[in-house]
Ligand binder design. Structure first.
Ligand code: ADP
Ligand code: MG
Length: 696
């Protein structure tokens, strides 16, 4: 019955049905059932007029109407009626529908009146009240709270305001029996958590008898949303584990061990060790790894990538590491080549600007298999690149790559290579659980020891001169500074001009010949960009003026100052990424956020940045400010479309749902216990809403 088209519902008809479909996407009875009320109106009690006070909101009173008069002219024309009960007098006032009211409301008769109370000239008044002729059956008040539903202007114009939609819901609820809304949560969980049953929950979310019933219904339905999605994600993960074949890295060999004991420049952090263990377990058991590695900026993901690549090489497989920008690819290549210089490992770099002859050589070595590891940009997924036996693809800074691009990389081998996606944009745990719940997922939430936290301050741009003095001082002590300009305009040309202006200003502030300034931006040819970057890396220039191309991954340990111009224009994760460029060396580092006027949101962002260096905390705040749909990397995930549940406010419910679903799947992954049959049937009937089943 819930699949019935909405026009079959009593009181709907083709015209209204059309509007309900267009305006609210309500196509079926079931859609209406899931069109939840915004709030409820309490008409369960009848108050007296004397109860009305300055703090009264909506109120219901009963009394006799006397004295109906029309006052005013034209726009201020209104009908005023007096309602009297034993305790006092209330004015009722209409500006619209005067003729109808005049005809239908009669002096001397009793009425039940409901509306938002206010005071006019010191007298209690309700404008445009609901009014009904009194009948004795009303004496007890309504025996449920009256729902008010979301609606639109167009629907209102056609007589479907928030309360009238409630009439439709009421006639729907009259037809529905527990048969249509069968329980989908296993009984042991229902009784353990004292959840309201499914049918009762749908009744009480629309027409609760009292507030507590509504709350219990809401909890139950939110739990159900989370629980069903967790079970589904869990099942997807389990089935992927079963069905996907992967190459086996069975041993930790010579290369890994030699590197680990002789060339690893530092002790690994606990988090790094844990993740490597997880990767080893994943890649050793014959199924394809699809792992997302979340690690805050500077948590040391590169070395994890290298060790994993060595593991691949030890087992006779090639691997590739793909970076989102040429600068980053170069940097990875340089860093890893240095680490591997005394190792018998063949490592090369392939980017869009690799010269033809060299490129040919690389492609040949890749095809022959003499090249163990390749680092590159998306040039790596261009078609002529053929591997002999690609066993591992690592993707750095995932969100810069489209899903389609990743899929191409992934499809390069017959048995799909293991995939490790590393991202430095931490996402909140709740999002990770819902958006990536079907993936293998690692977190590195620990920074290497000895890092000095970056001190972040906020300055109004009027104080730029002071900031410049500070920078000069630090530079004179031998440090380097970034000055970042935002991409503000839609047009690339204006952005460019904005940056050029900024550059000229910086130059004017540092006129002495001892100061050298680099500039990097998106419009430069790759080689110019690289050489400008390189001069800054080598310390030949002390100041780097740039747009956000510098954002991801760049590593210049001697740079200790990050100045962000128009910081109010940046999102939180971007600010955090930018700040991550400093604090990489032994010196105390600073991040200075320059802004003009702030609005509430930007003030909140700046405050957050000044208060914490923890990327995961910043991600939580970001989620709170923007909502899940806008968080980087999760936009494509249908898993986030909850109707009632909310990832910010309902974290605890999600935790409980996750735990229960894990317990359940561990005990009975085929859902064949008789307790779980209702759940299994429900999942089977639900049309397959797909979620990300693979990273690629
Ligand atoms: P990210 O996770 O942001 O990619 P990187 O891999 O670039 O971080 O590492 C940041 C810096 O920390 C690098 O200079 C790296 O050599 C250093 N590093 C990584 N792991 C450790 C460790 N366990 N101990 C000390 N320094 C480390
Ligand atoms: Mg990195």
């Amino acid at each position: 019955m819930l699949d019935n088209p909405i026009e079959y519902l009593k009181g709907v008809g083709p015209l209204k049905a059309d509007l309900l479909k267009k305006e609210l996407a309500l196509f079926t009875f079931g859609d209406l059932l899931e069109h939840f009320p915004l709030r409820h109106i309490d008409k369960t009690t009848i108050n007296t007029i004397a109860d009305i006070s300055a703090t009264t909101d909506y109120i219901q009173v009963a009394g006799t109407v006397d004295d109906l008069v029309i006052l005013g002219e034209k726009r201020s024309k209104r009908l005023v009626a007096r309602l009297k009960d034993k305790t006092g007098t209330l004015e009722l006032c209409w500006f619209q529908g005067i003729n109808w009211i005049e005809k239908n409301i009669h002096s001397g008769r009793p009425y039940l009146v409901f509306g938002k109370a206010g005071f006019f000239n010191g007298k209690p008044q309700i404008t445009h009240p609901e009014i009904e002729l009194w009948s004795p059956s009303m004496a007890e008040g309504k025996d449920f709270l009256e729902p008010v539903y979301p609606t639109t202007e167009k629907l209102k114009a056609k007589g479907l305001n928030g309360r009238q939609i409630g009439k439709l819901t009421a006639s729907l609820m009259e037809m529905i029996s527990p048969k249509e809304i069968q329980e989908n949560i296993p009984e042991p969980i229902i009784s353990k958590l004292k959840l309201m049953g499914r049918f009762d929950a749908y009744c009480s979310i629309h027409f609760p008898k009292k507030k507590q019933d509504y709350d219990a219904a809401l909890y139950r339905l939110k739990f159900e949303e989370f629980f069903i999605s967790q079970v589904r994600l869990g099942l997807t993960r389990l089935s992927r584990h079963k069905s996907s074949k992967g190459v086996v890295f069975e041993k930790v060999g010579e290369l890994f061990n030699t590197f680990y004991s002789h060339y690893l420049p530092f002790e690994l952090t606990g988090a790094q060790k844990r993740v490597i263990k997880e990767i080893r377990a994943d890649t050793g058991r014959g199924r394809q790894m699809n792992r997302l590695l979340q690690g805050d900026v500077g948590s040391g993901k590169t070395i994890v990538a290298l060790l994993t690549m060595l593991l691949a090489a030890d087992n006779g497989y090639q691997s590739c590491l793909m970076a989102p920008t040429e600068i980053l690819a170069h940097q990875h290549y340089k860093g890893l080549s240095e680490l591997l210089q005394d190792m018998p490992v063949n490592l090369r770099l392939l980017t869009g600007s690799t010269k033809t002859a060299e490129r040919k050589g690389i492609l040949r070595e890749l095809a022959e298999g003499s090249l163990h590891m390749i680092i590159g940009t998306h040039a790596l997924i261009e078609d002529p690149v053929i591997f002999k036996n690609l066993g591992l693809s690592i993707i750095d800074e995932q969100h810069r790559f489209g899903v389609a691009q990743r899929a191409r990389l992934w499809a390069k081998a017959e048995i799909h290579p293991h995939v490790l996606v590393m991202t430095a944009t931490p996402i909140p745990r709740t999002l990770a659980m819902t958006a990536y719940g079907d993936l293998d997922y690692s977190v590195m939430d620990e920074l290497p020891p000895g890092r000095k936290p970056v001190t972040t301050v906020h300055r109004n741009e009027m104080h730029r001169v002071k900031v410049i003095d500070f920078i000069r001082n630090e530079i004179d002590k031998g440090r380097q500074a970034y000055i970042i300009f935002p991409l503000i305009e839609e047009s690339e040309k204006l952005d460019y001009e904005n940056l050029m202006d900024g550059y000229e200003h910086v130059k004017a502030f540092f006129p002495e010949p001892k100061y050298w300034i680099s500039m990097v931006h998106g419009r430069q040819p790759a080689d110019i960009k690289a050489s400008n970057m390189h001069r800054f890396v080598k310390g030949d220039t002390q100041i780097m003026v740039s747009t956000t191309v510098i954002e991801v991954g760049v590593n210049v340990p001697n740079a200790s100052i990050m100045v962000i111009e128009n910081a109010e224009k940046f999102g939180l994760s971007q600010l955090h990424q930018l700040r991550g460029r400093v604090g990489r060396g032994s010196e105390k580092s600073f991040c200075i956020l320059l802004t003009s006027k702030l609005n509430n949101d930007s003030r909140e962002r700046i405050k957050t940045m000044c208060a914490t260096n923890d990327g995961f905390k910043i991600a939580e705040k970001d989620l709170e400010l923007r909502g899940p749909g806008d968080i980087e990397g999760t936009r494509q995930s249908g898993a986030l479309l909850f109707k009632l549940a909310n990832l910010v406010n309902d974290k605890e419910i999600l935790e409980v749902a996750k735990k229960e679903s894990e317990v359940l799947l561990t005990a009975d992954e085929s859902l064949s216990s008789h307790y779980n049959l209702n759940l299994k049937n429900y999942l089977l009937v639900q049309k397959g809403k797909t979620v990300w089943s693979k990273i690629s």
